[in-house]
Design a protein around this ligand. Structure first.
Ligand code: NAD
Ligand code: UGA
Length: 456
């Protein structure tokens, strides 16, 4: 049996996923290929192209042993028996479905590469997140080969989250593997199950039909994002009523039917996938003639946008209805802690809204400054500070936008003394010790909780 696995796409998913597979399955040869030569060079170097706790250790252990990174997509297609496809599937920006549907051009390109360079039968595994029934299109394209080759399409969506990718991959809640309900489909599913069995208990490996597997991935992301939007919508009501969203979340979460996770109010969800996957779900519902279902899920994205504008509206209101020419320190630009990723980060939208009010921004983030510079390229009145104290010096306000633990450890007395007065903190992640900050003299505006202000 051919024990060479190829993954096409060396991104946030392809890189870590294959590193863990190589680590856990030493008898397999794992190749990760990408058209982006700089990214591949990064994976081959001491400075990996993505920041992910614990990843460097795993990569260093297996790279050159049974994990290889290459731009030779064609040679590796020939060599592999199983091909994971983990290319990007962003929201379409043009044509029919623009702004909602998934752009499958990268995906289809890989299918055509696979046909062109394959010399024997292969199992093709969808690792990217895809609209339900994409596998049917994939199967059709692959079956159009004129070489008499047989390709079996399997869906194996990835549920890891950034910042905890290595742990999620090593200890997944479940692994989902969907395939055709035919004998050859079942055999292909089993080949993928055999990989995961190296470290995942059998009861956590769920096999389904193709369409359930594809849809489960979109559904899981939509449900997670829906929880965040639900709790964020309630945070607005808490601020109007003096209820405390942390207490409300804790009280709800203690109900075992609800559960405590993903109930943290904040400035909204970011990341490359939640918004795109929900919009994709909305598009699919519209496509299948289900407008009520589409509107239901679309509201999750609307509340997310609302939460960000609401946060900025509160800043402007509390700072005497003008922030023009005021320096504002932005603590955190990544979409969550422990990552340098800023894709769809709430910070991007919030910073743009603040700049539209003519504020001057001093942005600090432990990992994401390089990406912040790209996201806000061309914007005037933005400083990028590797030192949080420098960002806060002379600022009228601090806005906490990412839940980096190190923000809790800063010397806020020193920060307060060097800020313009009255000094404000808008804690968009409810991360800091609000009572202590208030004692120091700050006017503190948490999210979904009563403000602690010396001005009222
Ligand atoms: P990414 O943009 O980081 O990586 C995708 C890679 O594919 C890029 O390096 C790109 O150069 C490469 N690529 C595109 N077309 C190619 C081609 N024809 N041949 C070879 N390489 C090609 O994306 P990502 O974050 O790794 O996400 C990949 C997929 O996984 C998406 O569908 C996403 O929805 C899904 N997903 C992402 C996460 C996450 O945490 N980022 C988690 C679960 C699922
Ligand atoms: C998410 C899912 O958690 C993964 O299971 C999925 O595989 C992945 O999307 C994907 O398909 O890309 P990720 O976006 O990396 O993972 O990070 P999350 O931990 O889910 O956080 C998403 C956003 O929601 C962040 O901006 C985070 O700050 C926010 N969030 C999360 C909250 O505001 N409150 C919470 O209680 C939880």
């Amino acid at each position: 049996m051919n024990k060479t696995i190829l993954c096409i796409g060396a991104g946030y998913v392809g890189g870590p996923t294959m590193a863990v597979i190589a680590d856990k399955c030493p008898e397999y040869k794992v190749i990760v290929a990408d058209i982006n030569a700089a990214r591949i060079a990064g994976w081959q170097s001491d400075r990996l192209p993505i920041y992910e706790p614990g990843l460097e250790e795993v990569v260093k252990r297996v790279r050159g042993r049974n994990l290889f990174f290459t731009t030779d997509i064609f040679g590796s297609i020939k060599e592999a028996g199983m091909i994971f496809v983990s290319v990007n599937t962003p929201t379409k920006t043009f044509g029919a479905g623009a702004g909602k549907a998934a752009d499958l051009q990268f995906w289809e390109k890989t299918a055509r590469d696979i046909i062109e360079y394959s010399e024997d039968d292969k199992i093709v595994i969808e690792k990217s997140t895809l609209p339900v029934r994409t596998a049917a299109a994939m199967q059709r394209i692959l079956s159009s080969n004129t070489k008499g080759l047989k390709f079996e399409v399997v869906s194996n969506p990835e549920f890891m989250a950034e910042g905890t990718a290595v742990d999620d991959l090593q200890n997944p809640d479940r692994v989902l593997i969907g395939g055709m309900e035919t004998p050859s489909g079942a055999a292909a599913i089993q080949r993928v199950v055999d990989i995961y069995l190296h470290w995942v208990p059998r009861e956590r490996i769920k096999t389904t039909n193709l369409w359930s597997s594809e849809l489960s991935k979109l559904a899981a992301n939509a449900m997670l994002a829906q929880r965040v939007s639900s709790v964020n919508s309630l945070s607005a009501l808490c601020e109007a009523t003096d209820a405390n969203i942390s207490e409300v979340s804790a009280a709800m979460g203690l109900d075992s039917r609800i559960g405590g996770k993903f109930l943290k109010a904040g400035v909204g969800f970011g990341g490359s996938c939640f918004k795109k996957d929900i919009l994709n779900l909305v598009y699919l519902c519209e496509f299948y003639g289900l407008p009520e279902v589409a509107a239901y899920w679309e509201q999750v994205v609307r509340i997310n946008d609302y939460q960000q504008s609401r946060f900025v509206g509160k800043m402007v209101r509390q700072m005497f209805n003008t922030i023009a020419d005021k320096r504002i320190a932005i603590f955190g630009f990544a979409f969550k802690a422990d990552t340098g990723d800023t894709r769809e980060s709430p910070a991007i939208h919030i910073c743009r809204l603040l700049l539209a009010e003519h504020a001057r921004l001093a942005i600090h983030d432990p990992q994401a400054l390089a990406n912040a510079r790209i996201d806000l390229a061309g914007a005037e009145g933005v400083e990028y500070c590797s030192d949080p104290y420098e960002a806060a010096r002379g600022a009228h306000a601090i806005a906490v936008l990412t839940d980096w633990r190190e923000f809790r450890e800063l010397d806020y007395r020193k920060i307060f003394d060097e800020m313009a007065q009255p000094a404000f903190i808008f804690d968009g992640r409810n991360l800091l010790d609000h009572a202590a900050l208030y004692e120091l003299g700050f006017n503190v505006y948490p999210l979904g909780r009563r403000a602690l202000s010396h001005l009222e």
